[in-house]
Design a protein around this ligand. Structure first.
Ligand code: SF4
Length: 371
């Protein structure tokens, strides 16, 4: 079976769901690496591996959704809840600019938070306008589909109206968080109050439709089965097909710029107590990276999850289809609240990429080289 799939890959033919299942269960990881690396080199000639100077800011941890896989949130009214004052947010952006330099839109600001009932669209408009006015160096990559849906709901707006207003205020692209596994059977078990699969996809379709880029993610390793991981990849691929068709016909301009897979971190979450599986391994991560590269033929960039896997596995994953090391982040509060996490200074990005045999190059959020 793998030989036939290899022939399809070499011929540039699209893989079916059955092919993806065969790849997923193929035991020889190095053979998967060979195929994935072939696809990666066809898309990205040369040995460049990109990285981004960016900062993560979790502006609020107040959230009523209580996902079972999350150890970051504080329920509304809890003494542990916070919403960062603007001055604190600006101080964090000052630190980002000090590291990232004076490059227009060259410093990625990733802002994500809980679903806080007190933060309507006006809160974000005011904040984003001020960030954009103060910091022309910042590229505002903020608010997951889940946050957009909730902001629209409590502000009595449609999704498209919400996106247009936030874009007017300075929002430039959406991160792919909140996807977890795009299968309602799984979402009902791990996050039953959260948006459905189609609602998550609808936000990304709407963003693409108005010309806004987004990224796509997958959090694997909680309660899903293999076919649900593949179903997830298939939905991402279909959504990108729609985006690329719109771009091709001149009707739209946004798409998924990248796909990022990471493994569920169970510590301290509600799932930990009834969780009878062991934590996902490095080999499983490499398998997911290779499968994603081979199956997602319409997504150019695959980003490392060094935050959960560490730089050593991320280096190896460069031979399994990755072409990007992701963002420097500078702080992380969501994954780190639930287990293993790793952060690196920018100088380490260059060293780690170079020692894996690649040429490190800084990019912006649009995946354009900036140095
Ligand atoms: S994952 Fe997001 S939506 Fe779910 S509880 Fe945590 S902060 Fe809230």
């Amino acid at each position: 079976m793998l030989k036939q799939i290899e022939k399809k890959v070499v011929a540039g033919e699209r893989l079916t769901v059955a092919d993806a299942t065969a790849v997923y269960f193929h035991s020889n990881l190095l053979e998967l690496a060979g195929m994935a690396d072939f696809v990666r080199r066809r898309k990205h000639t040369g040995t460049t591996v990109t990285y981004n100077v960016g900062r993560n800011i979790n502006y609020t941890n107040i959230c009523w959704v209580k996902c079972k896989f999350c150890n970051f949130y504080a329920a509304p009214g809890s003494p542990d809840g916070y919403t960062l004052p603007h001055d604190e947010i600006f101080a964090k952006i000052d630190e980002l600019i000090a590291v990232g330099g004076d490059v227009p839109h060259g410093c990625e600001l990733l802002m994500q938070g809980g679903l806080n009932p007190k933060l309507r669209v006006e809160y974000f408009e005011e904040l984003f306008v001020e960030i954009t006015r103060r910091y022309p160096q910042v590229y505002l990559h903020a608010l997951s589909a889940t946050e957009i849906i909730y902001i629209a709901h409590i502000s009595k707006l449609t999704i498209e109206e919400t996106l247009r207003r936030l874009r007017q205020a300075g929002l430039q692209s959406l991160p792919g968080a909140g996807a977890e596994i795009l299968s309602d059977a799984v979402r009902d078990q791990i996050a039953f109050r959260k948006d459905t699969t189609d609602e998550w996809l609808e936000v990304h379709r709407a963003a693409h439709h108005i010309g806004m880029n987004t990224t796509a993610t997958m959090m694997y390793g909680s309660l899903e089965a293999a076919e649900q991981r593949i179903e997830h990849l298939e939905l991402i691929r279909q959504t990108q097909d729609i985006a690329l068709r719109e771009i091709g016909s001149g009707r739209g301009g946004g798409k998924f710029t990248a796909f990022i897979a990471w493994d569920f971190q169970p510590e301290g979450t509600e799932l930990q107590s009834n969780w009878d599986r062991r934590k996902s391994t490095g080999a499983e991560y490499l398998r997911m990276v290779a499968l994603s590269r081979i199956f997602l033929d319409n997504i150019d960039n695959l980003q490392a999850s060094y935050v959960t896997q560490g730089s050593k596995i991320a280096q190896i994953a460069l031979r399994y289809g990755l072409n990007d090391f992701g963002s420097s982040m500078m702080e992380e509060n969501v994954v780190s609240a639930a287990g293993t996490f790793h952060l690196m200074p920018i100088s380490e990005f260059c060293r780690v990429i170079a020692e894996a045999g690649y040429e490190p190059r800084r990019r912006n959020t649009r995946y354009e080289f900036i140095e």
